[in-house]
Design a protein around this ligand. Structure first.
Ligand SMILES: NC(=O)c1ccc[n+]([C@@H]2O[C@H](COP(=O)([O-])OP(=O)(O)OC[C@H]3O[C@@H](n4cnc5c(N)ncnc54)[C@H](O)[C@@H]3O)[C@@H](O)[C@H]2O)c1
Length: 437
């Protein structure tokens, strides 16, 4: 046993600040409420259902994750958030059309009580969207102040002990780091000067970090992934995680690709396409928002297959990703993958995957795990990028100079070893020689 990390106990209520009360957020909130009432199960959530092996295989110690590390309990979660539409969480969930009416009715009063605060929003950054519930201010610093006031009011009114913010808003247009993103001073000057390279999501992230609140980014937007906000996160002692929830097609890609590489099976082409009819699909129909998503989805294979190490197998891989907005399907996405493989002596093979998934059903447990783990990280005194949470993201944030880890199984091992480390338990290397000595 090593020295455990000192972790403050999760006493009191934990406020969850959701930017965007759309399909993912309402499926998450309604899900937690249904689980609390005992009318549904938190399937897909590692913090609620996962176990973790400790010590040798012969010891038979595999507690639940939530029994190993001190996580906030579902009973202690309080929800608040912003949206450009005025709908309360019940009607937003209804519009999203993910959950059955019969389930929503059972938690209707609690959902109706969560109404969105006016949002920081500018159509410049999400072209296919517009709504009435928007803050006004003479510059972006003023808007950030208004977000900070919302946070303080929510905290005081609900007697919250701690908070976590998570971006579940629409995907913004593709952006790259600008001079205003390089330092806290440049960023703050940019907020005051309405710098065009500071989109709405950065205003929320800045407000959260200034309030000392951990921040996670569920979309592929740049948001907190710039030097100025990383510096602020360190300065304020805030853990951050991102970007872009790993669900659906990319989740399956990061399951299959490591398997093919493990057996040194070549890949000549990987064509992924899907149809999606929810509001997210509508926003992604705009080429500038799609580019942000495309970059996030495409990087995965390069990092997993390592063409530089295996040029014969993966160098000229043709990787195509398409998303087609198709309203009749709503949130029920259908994805097709065609993978062109090369085996022994160069013989071709094909693998076809047809995944009929529900986007928000896959994303909601990720939101739950992320907010609970980020709160844990904050109580353990950790700040900055939480690479051990890469497991949940399509484009995991990473330290400069490092390449991101995309392989789902390496990511899970990293996550579980981090939990063991927190508790002073032996890390598991799977070497296993001790059983044969
Ligand atoms: N569902 C998934 O599997 C999945 C996976 C990865 C990433 N994502 C991302 O998560 C985000 C949410 O997905 P969704 O399906 O819930 O989309 P959605 O369109 O149903 O919800 C997004 C909500 O954010 C609101 N919004 C947009 N800009 C805002 C702003 N500046 N401030 C406050 N609210 C704002 C919109 O009005 C909308 O209600 C999207 O960016 C999506 O790309 C989802």
């Amino acid at each position: 046993m090593k020295q455990p990390v000192e972790i403050t106990q999760p006493t009191g209520k934990l406020g969850i600040l959701l930017v965007g009360l759309g399909a993912v957020s309402t499926t998450f909130i309604a899900g937690v409420m249904a689980v609390r009432k005992g009318i549904a199960s938190p399937i897909g959530s590692l913090t609620q259902m996962g176990t973790i092996r400790l010590g040798r295989r012969t010891e038979g110690r595999s507690p639940l994750v939530k029994d190993l590390v001190p996580l906030a309990s579902l009973e202690d979660l309080v929800f608040g958030g912003w949206d450009i539409f005025e709908d309360d969480s019940y009607s937003a969930a209804h519009t999203a059309g993910v959950l059955d009416e019969s389930l929503l009715e059972q938690i209707r009063p609690e959902l109706e009580a969560i109404t969105p605060w006016p949002a920081v929003f500018d159509r410049r950054y999400v072209k296919r969207l517009d709504g009435p519930n928007v803050k006004r201010g003479s510059n972006k610093m003023e808007l950030a102040q208004q977000v900070r006031e919302d946070i303080r009011r929510f905290k005081a009114e609900n007697g919250l002990a701690r908070l976590v913010m998570i971006w579940c808003g629409s995907t913004e247009i593709f952006m790259t780091p600008s001079p205003a993103h390089q330092s806290i001073e440049a960023f703050e000057a940019g907020l005051c000067a309405n710098d065009l390279t500071i989109p709405s999501s950065m205003v929320y992230a800045y407000a959260a970090l200034k309030e000392g609140i951990p921040f996670a980014n569920g979309a592929p937007n740049l948001t907190v992934d710039v030097p100025a906000l990383m510096e602020l996160a360190q300065q304020q002692g805030c853990p951050v995680a991102g970007k872009d929830f790993k669900t659906g097609q990319t989740l399956i890609k990061t399951v299959i690709a490591p398997g093919l590489k493990a057996r040194l099976i070549g890949v000549r082409g990987w064509y992924s396409t899907n149809i999606l009819g929810n509001r997210d699909g509508e926003v992604l129909d705009d080429p500038e928002s799609f580019k942000t998503k495309e970059e996030s989805k495409k990087s995965v294979l390069d990092y997993i297959l390592q063409p530089d190490l295996y040029p014969q197998l993966y160098k000229d891989l043709c990787h195509v990703v398409r998303i087609n907005y198709y309203p009749p399907r709503g949130d029920n996405k259908e994805g097709w993958d065609n993978i062109d493989l090369v085996g022994w002596l160069g013989y071709p093979m094909q693998l076809k995957i047809n995944f009929l998934c529900r986007d928000s059903i896959l994303a909601a447990p990720i939101v739950l795990d992320l907010v609970l783990f980020l709160d844990l990280a904050a109580r353990a005194g950790w700040s900055g990028i939480q690479e051990w949470l890469s497991f949940y993201f399509k484009s995991p944030m990473h330290a400069p100079g490092l390449y991101p880890e995309h392989d789902l199984f390496i990511q899970l091992m990293k996550l579980k070893n981090t939990l063991r480390y927190l508790k002073g338990e032996e890390l598991i290397t799977h070497l296993g020689r001790e059983y044969y000595d």
